[in-house]
Design a protein around this ligand. Structure first.
Ligand code: NCD
Length: 305
């Protein structure tokens, strides 16, 4: 069945991934050769972003415009009818009458499903609270495959807030389908990966380990870091307690590490000195966001190059 709504990384089978990657490579060529195409010139994209965003919002805007589509958008609740008490379902129903596809970033876990159910047009979850961020997992896996040539037979380390990082959740869901992968979650004891994620990984034969110190890093091929999710801490003192303790510096990187990724924004989790290493891939990863999101918009609207 063609993908029409992307709510969760659970929908991203290996076949779907490769279809999106093939399309993303074509989109990269478009960007490099002509800058844009008219593939979606007859389409209007609705961007509903109720939580802060830089990369996801701008890369979707760039993607839509490079495909020739128009854009309507809501950014933040302050200037909208949400402020007057309008429900998410009502708002999305209305927006879906103004556009051909909706991309939404929403504050609560589970909001993406509610919004998609209310939408009369294709829908993309651009992050729902601390739950999932499926388009980021596509950007991440595309970057790994472009840089290392494979997603299987690799050991991955994830830090430092696997409890609340939606990017880590979605990426683990996608990677857990691949053969012979190991996940090592590094975090303070209070921020361990949620039980549902560990169970899902183990049920798919992923080798799972957990540690509370960077010193115990095994020998990962890929280190994937995400900032402590400050805005999601019920207790701010916990965030303050750990924010400087969990920071990757060049001397802590095991010699066999081949790639370091971070969905960004970087706050305290990676020292600036790591940026100089060729294995620091996070800015290349951010750029891949445009190609992947061009591919997704085209695919969900039934178009291809
Ligand atoms: C991530 C997010 O919004 O969850 N950012 C992004 O989309 N690149 C990561 C984060 O905010 O920490």
């Amino acid at each position: 069945m063609p993908l029409e709504r992307l709510i969760s990384a659970r929908q991203l089978s290996v076949d779907v991934l490769h279809e999106i990657f093939d399309m993303a490579r074509k989109m990269r060529t478009v960007c490099q050769e002509t800058g844009r195409t008219n593939l979606l010139a007859d389409k209007m994209i609705g961007l509903v972003f109720l939580e802060p965003s830089s990369r996801t919002l701008l890369s979707f805007q760039s993607a839509a415009q490079r495909l020739g589509a128009g854009i309507v958008f809501i950014q933040g609740v302050g200037s909208t009818s949400f402020e007057k008490g309008e429900s998410l379902s009502d708002a999305i129903k209305v927006v879906s009458g103004y556009c051909d596809l909706i991309v939404a970033r929403l504050p609560k876990s589970g909001d993406a499903q509610i919004a998609s159910d209310a939408s009369n047009v294709p829908f993309i979850n651009a992050g729902d609270g601390g739950n999932e961020h499926p388009t980021q997992s596509l950007v991440d896996t595309f970057t790994i495959i472009e840089e290392l040539g494979a997603l299987s037979n690799l050991d991955y380390a994830f830090g430092f807030d696997p409890l609340q990082s939606r990017s880590i959740h979605s990426l683990c869901l996608v990677l857990s389908q691949f053969e012979n992968v190991g996940f090592d979650f590094v975090s303070p004891p209070e921020l361990k990966a949620p039980g549902w994620l560990i169970d899902q990984c183990r049920s798919r034969s992923v080798r799972v380990s957990e540690s509370s110190s960077l010193k115990d890093l095994k020998d990962p091929d890929v280190i994937y870091l995400n900032r402590l999710q400050e805005e999601r801490f019920p207790d701010r003192s916990l965030f303050e307690k750990y924010r400087y303790e969990y920071r990757l510096t060049p001397d802590q990187i095991p010699p066999a590490t081949r790639l370091i990724l971070d969905p960004l924004p970087r706050v305290d989790e990676i020292a600036l000195t790591v940026d100089e290493l060729p294995i620091a891939g996070y800015f290349r990863q951010a750029q891949n966001g445009v190609y992947i999101r061009m591919a997704l918009l085209a695919m969900l609207l039934g178009r291809s190059l």
